[in-house]
Design a protein around this ligand. Structure first.
Ligand SMILES: NC(=O)C1=CN([C@@H]2O[C@H](COP(=O)(O)OP(=O)(O)OC[C@H]3O[C@@H](n4cnc5c(N)ncnc54)[C@H](OP(=O)(O)O)[C@@H]3O)[C@@H](O)[C@H]2O)[C@@H](O)CC1
Ligand SMILES: Nc1ncnc2c1ncn2[C@@H]1O[C@H](COP(=O)(O)OP(=O)(O)O)[C@@H](O)[C@H]1O
Ligand SMILES: [Mg+2]
Length: 281
């Protein structure tokens, strides 16, 4: 298992080509945020915009649109129950994030099914939060998901649900064997997060800490991973994922020198500066 070192940022974050436009930096769609959990998808969307995705669309409950636009006019909105628009927006995107605040109702499941049916081999899909819980209960959908490049981002309980491995038994060998059967990358979030890549490598964080234990911290990570996947195509998928996971905790640990707890919104606000000072010279 490789410990992710600080030089991953310098390797992955490159200066932007002068001849470029917003489309050069990729299109992300974030899908989630029901009536109770609008904040989760707003944080994921905000993180994707601040981490540099060129165009970001948030597909969420209509109830969240004012809050979304009050915080983030840069994001586009679609009603996630509008199947036609959802399909079209997924088709145009490079990276799909599904799950933050999606919930686990029949409507949530219908949105997950529509999303999976719209995927192609060109897509990355980051499956988080409620979408992991839904897939654990609707395992027939797992094989359809495999058409795309999949990244699961479970916390330990979500991984227990999806993998069937109880938290105390989540050792490297069992985790990797389950990850291989899922044909997906798995970012197993915890103190010293482990990343199981489809190329067979395993990476581990050795930064981050309890100042990150606030609701929304994982939702924010999904947006950063999405932005890194759609921008930094000159490096491997595994390096892009490792760099995104690393910068999330690196920003948090840097802010923790001044703050007792670090909020997801604090990390989002610091990303632009941290990426600037970390980029390849
Ligand atoms: N502002 C918003 O809108 C926010 C919305 N959110 C959205 O809420 C949705 C549900 O996500 P969720 O993670 O909150 O709930 P769930 O999947 O039931 O897991 C919790 C259960 O697992 C257990 N547990 C054990 N180990 C654990 C571990 N390492 N990490 C975490 N939990 C662990 C834990 O144990 P306990 O705390 O009871 O000891 C509890 O029994 C999802 O869509 C998410 O995106 C949140 O992001 C918050 C901000
Ligand atoms: N004590 C801790 N040490 C290191 N990282 C932590 C700690 N507590 C939380 N985190 C990080 O915060 C994030 C929590 O993700 P998750 O539980 O999905 O949050 P949420 O669903 O509320 O957004 C993960 O990236 C996890 O690694
Ligand atoms: Mg989560």
């Amino acid at each position: 298992m490789k410990k992710i070192a600080d030089d991953i940022l310098n390797k992955v974050i490159s200066s932007r080509p002068i001849i470029s436009y917003k489309g050069s930096f990729g299109r992300v769609i974030t899908i989630g945020g029901n009536e109770e959990y609008g904040g989760a998808i707003i944080m994921a969307t905000n993180a994707a915009v601040h981490a540099g995705a060129g165009l970001v669309t948030c597909a969420t409950s209509k109830i969240n649109v004012t809050a979304l636009h009050a915080q983030l006019p840069e994001a586009m909105f679609i009603d996630y129950t509008d199947t036609t628009k959802l399909n079209q927006a997924i088709t145009k995107s490079n990276v799909v994030v599904i799950g933050p605040g999606l919930g686990t109702t029949a409507q949530s499941l219908a949105i997950l099914k529509t999303t999976i049916a719209a995927l192609s081999a060109n897509h990355f899909i980051i499956v988080d939060g409620s979408a992991i819980t839904l897939l654990a209960k609707n395992r027939n959908l797992l094989s359809q998901l495999k058409i795309a490049n999949v990244i699961f981002t479970p916390h330990e309980m979500e991984w227990q649900r999806l993998s069937g491995i109880p938290i105390p038994n989540q050792d490297i060998k069992s985790n990797q064997s389950k990850q291989e059967s899922l044909s997906a990358n798995v970012v197993l979030k915890k103190y010293h997060t482990e990343i199981y890549h489809t190329n067979g490598s395993i990476s581990q964080l050795s930064i981050g800490g309890p100042y990150m234990s606030t609701g929304g911290m994982g939702d924010t990570l999904t947006g950063i991973i999405a932005a890194f996947l759609c921008q930094f195509k000159q490096v491997s998928t595994s390096d892009r994922i490792d760099a995104a996971v690393y910068i999330h905790s690196a920003v948090a640990s840097s802010l923790a020198t001044q703050k007792y707890v670090v909020l997801p919104s604090d990390i989002i606000a610091e990303l632009q500066h941290y990426m600037l000072i970390s980029q390849k010279k």
